[in-house]
Write a protein that binds this ligand. Structure first.
Ligand SMILES: *[C@@H]1O[C@H](CO)[C@@H](O)[C@H](O)[C@H]1NC(C)=O
Ligand SMILES: *[C@@H]1O[C@H](CO)[C@@H](O)[C@H](O)[C@H]1NC(C)=O
Ligand SMILES: *[C@@H]1O[C@H](CO)[C@@H](O)[C@H](O)[C@H]1NC(C)=O
Ligand SMILES: *[C@@H]1O[C@H](CO)[C@@H](O)[C@H](O)[C@H]1NC(C)=O
Ligand SMILES: *[C@@H]1O[C@H](CO)[C@@H](O)[C@H](O)[C@H]1NC(C)=O
Ligand SMILES: *[C@@H]1O[C@H](CO)[C@@H](O)[C@H](O)[C@H]1NC(C)=O
Length: 809
């Protein structure tokens, strides 16, 4: 009796069959890869032909984008170690993939480069023409695919650099004729909705070109081009990212990537989510973001479509949800947004649902100044086209913005509320919302990746056996591809949040006894702060660690909350942030394990006068970078709230690393068990922003303020607390360090910096300082310590100012 064949065995056999049957087709006839294609020849999808640049960095060929769907593309030859995927930098036919059989790219004798789908239909061509001379298609070392005419000196007939897809390579000129257009999603590479281009006013802009509306969202539309630092006067309209990582555009826009100067592969890309990012290939492993246009992804127009609300947190990434009374239009695609579940315009039957702390940008049909809520409600009720209104408080009165479209809704954190008009019968179903920003939470709705399907065309194959074989292979391939895609899709749903946070290696949960042993019974204390005491310890793998024992938790401290917070902190990874290696939760014990810094804190180094000017400047820049990363990448979820020299640690080379970030929140939970993250005054006297005192909303600008004070302290050598005691104004009021420096600067006439510089700088600091850098640093620090938080720059602006300063010298 025949035994039924077990499944794994069958699978293995089929697999073997595939290998045996496909390898002769794929390998034997494929020619050696070259970097060029002569006139009259073709690159065929069946033979899996490639062009490879002479430096081996780039490959051009057919890239599989779906089942039996291929695009002619250029990609980095090496896959990234992390996810083994090709990084595609250019695509000829993104909107019209060709079949996996019989399709080919041919350099015709008449000079036209054509891509033909299986049944002779031309899906793409360069539309070039030449009657004489020899021709060659060549993949250059820069990743540029060039069609040269080579009689006499070579002449470029066509090049891929002139027709970018969504990616710009280093030194590739971006001109008035170029545009980068995002792909539809991470899995659907066809043309999406977001476009980078030079606008008619010569300004490099980002446009959302959606199914229903179009709007420019960068530079920020509420700013004038002048305020955005752009110039409209230079009509040369060129921009480039150079190989060092400097981007420069003719409209005066420019930036340095955060790993500026490092010799790495880079790309600049308009991502499917509408953000522009520069990525570097780090250690050949993975592409890491080194710059991005938007740190608040919800400010990108159109991301969630109409009638929706966009929320963002570093843990979960960006999320879209429908406004109450609306439902998602296309279950798989947020760009279509939401549609009402009711018939609008029933006037007397309507009322409002309030969404606090949100902002809907644009589409104001009217703007009413100094008006009461009730009056605004009535006006909107009477107007059929009014979908709702935004109420904003402006110093002493309310302004009302009536909306005829609900677009670009995002959590702003400011006390602006949106009133959405709904039929009364629906209102009873709407859940009561919390009225505090910190406890406001949106329903979870993931951005669904678009599933791919591509119609397999009928093959009029003449050989039946081949057809049959093909069928078998096809089925198995489909199974494999489905497995592959379900795997990648599963990964994709988290990738928006996670790919920017390389997970710190070795982040683990320790047991209490492990840490007790490591620290030799908590015997050597190396620091002490509001949140707890820090001990030095030796882990079992010989790493030296700083072990922080948080103050005793009260009984209702949630283990899950602690774990959630700590894993957020553990995910943050930046060269100017202390690395978190692990944590421990056991009973009442809450411990956090960090890397140990040999040179202690900035406070110690300052008190021992160990730093020269060069080190101090390095510390100022590094600290700014670390804080900028916390604020920008994480959208203020990780405010430090206690920036001071004790929390800036120095490694052997005096590179600064910010410590204790994220703990403020953890500690607060630990001590009160409540979610009121910012209800109590925190921070350290002397470094604290005025907002704490005046009970104003706490934003990332509190850290900017403290940073400014730290920089002034480094420059002057005076502690902000000392100064308050030393310098007493004539009025008898104590003067702060900030006020003192500001007064010195004010007394000075612009012509000679040296007078006040001499007064201000710490003469005990050794080494040469250059006046220009120092003046700039003082001015930045004073900007950071403005009373009015809106007048302070953001941390990333500070980094930019500091780096530009470095270069200008
Ligand atoms: C053919 O080549 C010659 C010399 O290279 C050039 O002068 C001539 O214009 C070309 N003819 C055409 C039709 O392009
Ligand atoms: C315009 O921009 C280009 C490229 O950045 C620059 O070379 C040129 O000098 C600028 N022209 C003027 C008038 O500023
Ligand atoms: C951009 O180019 C202009 C003019 O060519 C130059 O003055 C400026 O320093 C450059 N900016 C950056 C960031 O390199
Ligand atoms: C706002 O309106 C109220 C009542 O009409 C008026 O008393 C008040 O002066 C107005 N405020 C401003 C700033 O215009
Ligand atoms: C909102 O916060 C205040 C303190 O800022 C607190 O008294 C109040 O209970 C909070 N309300 C809710 C609903 O959490
Ligand atoms: C990809 O997006 C395009 C354009 O929106 C759409 O027409 C196409 O059906 C999508 N393809 C897949 C496989 O979802």
């Amino acid at each position: 009796m025949p035994m039924p064949m077990p499944m794994p065995c069958l699978f293995f056999l089929v697999h073997l069959l595939i290998i045996l049957s496909t390898s002769p087709f794929r390998c034997s006839s494929s020619s050696l890869p070259s970097n060029s294609l002569p006139k009259g020849s073709s690159i065929s999808v069946d033979r899996n032909d490639h062009l490879i640049s002479t430096n081996l960095v780039f490959t051009a060929g057919f890239h599989q984008v779906g089942i039996n769907a291929y695009c002619f593309s250029i990609w980095f030859t090496k896959t990234t170690e992390k996810n083994k995927a090709h990084t595609v930098v250019w695509t000829a036919n993104r909107d019209a993939p060709v079949n996996g059989k019989h399709s080919k790219l041919t350099l015709n004798r008449n000079g036209n480069l054509v891509l033909k789908d299986a049944y002779s239909s031309i899906v793409w061509s360069t539309e070039t023409k030449t009657t004489n001379g020899s021709l060659i298609l060549q993949l250059d070392n820069t990743g540029n695919l060039v069609l040269y005419q080579v009689n006499g000196h070579p002449y470029v007939l066509w090049q891929s650099f002139d027709h970018p897809t969504d990616t710009l390579l280093p030194d590739q000129p971006f001109t008035r004729n170029s545009q980068l257009v995002s792909s539809r999603s991470t899995t659907n590479l066809s043309t999406g909705f977001f476009k980078l281009y030079f606008e008619n006013n010569n300004v490099l802009s980002l446009l959302y070109n959606g199914p229903e509306i179009t709007s420019v969202y960068w530079p920020e539309p509420y700013m004038t081009t002048w305020d955005a630092g752009r110039s409209t006067f230079n009509n040369s309209r060129v921009a480039t990212l150079d190989s060092n990582g400097v981007f420069n555009s003719s409209d005066d826009f420019g930036f340095f990537v955060s790993d500026y100067g490092a010799r790495r592969q880079r790309i600049m890309k308009v991502d499917f989510d509408g953000n522009v990012r520069v990525y570097s290939l780090v250690d050949q492993k993975q592409w890491e973001v080194q710059w991005q246009a938007f740190s608040r992804p919800c400010k990108i127009h159109g991301v969630c479509g109409p009638n929706s609300l966009c929320t963002y947190s570093p843990q979960t990434g960006r999320k879209c949800s429908c406004v109450d009374g609306y439902k998602m239009k296309n279950r798989n695609d947020w760009s279509f947004g939401c549609e009402p579940v009711f018939k609008s315009c029933q006037q007397k039957e309507e009322d409002y649902v309030v969404i606090p702390f949100v902002e809907y940008y644009g589409y104001d049909m009217d703007y009413l100044q100094n008006i009461t809520l009730e009056a605004c409600k009535q006006i909107c009720l009477k107007d059929c086209t009014c979908k709702g209104f935004q109420l904003k408080f402006d110093n002493s009165y309310y302004n009302c913005y009536l909306k005829n479209l609900l677009y670009n809704g995002y959590e702003s954190g400011f006390e602006n509320s949106m009133y959405i008009k709904l039929p009364k019968r629906l209102l009873s179903y709407v859940p009561q919302r919390p009225t505090n920003a910190s406890s406001y939470h949106c329903p979870a709705n993931l951005i669904m990746p678009i599933s791919r399907s591509y119609d397999v065309k009928h093959v009029n194959g003449s050989i039946k056996v081949l057809l049959l074989l093909g069928g078998v292979i096809g089925v198995v391939e489909i199974v494999l591809i489905i497995i592959f895609f379900s795997y990648t899709i599963r990964k994709d749903s988290t990738s928006t949040a996670q790919s920017y946070f390389p997970v710190a290696s070795g982040f683990k949960r320790f047991t209490f006894s492990e840490l007790k042993k490591a620290s030799n019974g908590f015997s050597k204390e190396i620091g002490r702060g509001g949140a707890g005491v820090v001990y030095i310890g030796e882990l079992s793998d010989d790493r030296t660690a700083a072990i922080k024992v948080l103050k005793q938790a009260s009984d209702h401290q949630g283990e899950n909350e602690f774990q959630a917070e700590i894993s957020t902190i553990g995910r943050l990874n930046h060269m100017n942030l202390i690395e978190t290696w692990g944590y421990c939760i056991e009973g009442k014990h809450r411990l956090v394990v960090y890397e140990y810094m040999t040179n202690g804190s900035l406070a110690e180094s300052l008190s021992m006068n160990k730093l020269d000017w060069e080190k101090k400047i390095k510390i100022a820049i590094g600290t700014a970078k670390g804080l900028a990363y916390l604020h920008e990448e994480c959208l203020e979820w990780v405010l430090h709230c206690d920036v001071k020299p004790h929390n800036i640690l120095l490694d052997t080379d005096y590179n600064p690393k910010v410590a204790d970030f994220g703990l403020s929140k953890l500690f607060d939970r630990t001590s009160t068990g409540e979610d009121s993250s910012f209800s109590r005054i925190r921070g350290t006297r002397g470094y604290m922003a005025p907002e704490w005192v005046f009970n104003l909303p706490i934003t990332s600008k509190v850290d900017v303020y403290s940073y400014g004070v730290v920089v002034l302290e480094m420059i002057t050598g005076k502690s902000p607390l000392q100064t308050q005691l030393m310098c007493v104004e004539s009025s008898g009021r104590e003067q702060t360090l900030v006020e003192w420096v500001r007064e010195m600067l004010r007394g000075d006439n612009e012509s000679d910096n040296r007078i006040w510089i001499n007064e201000v700088v710490d003469r005990m600091t050794c080494g040469e300082y250059d006046t220009i850098t120092l003046t700039k640093l003082v001015k930045i620090a004073l900007q950071c310590t403005e009373e009015d938080r809106d007048a302070r720059p953001s941390m990333s602006q500070v980094v930019n100012m500091l780096l530009h300063d470095e270069k200008d010298d």
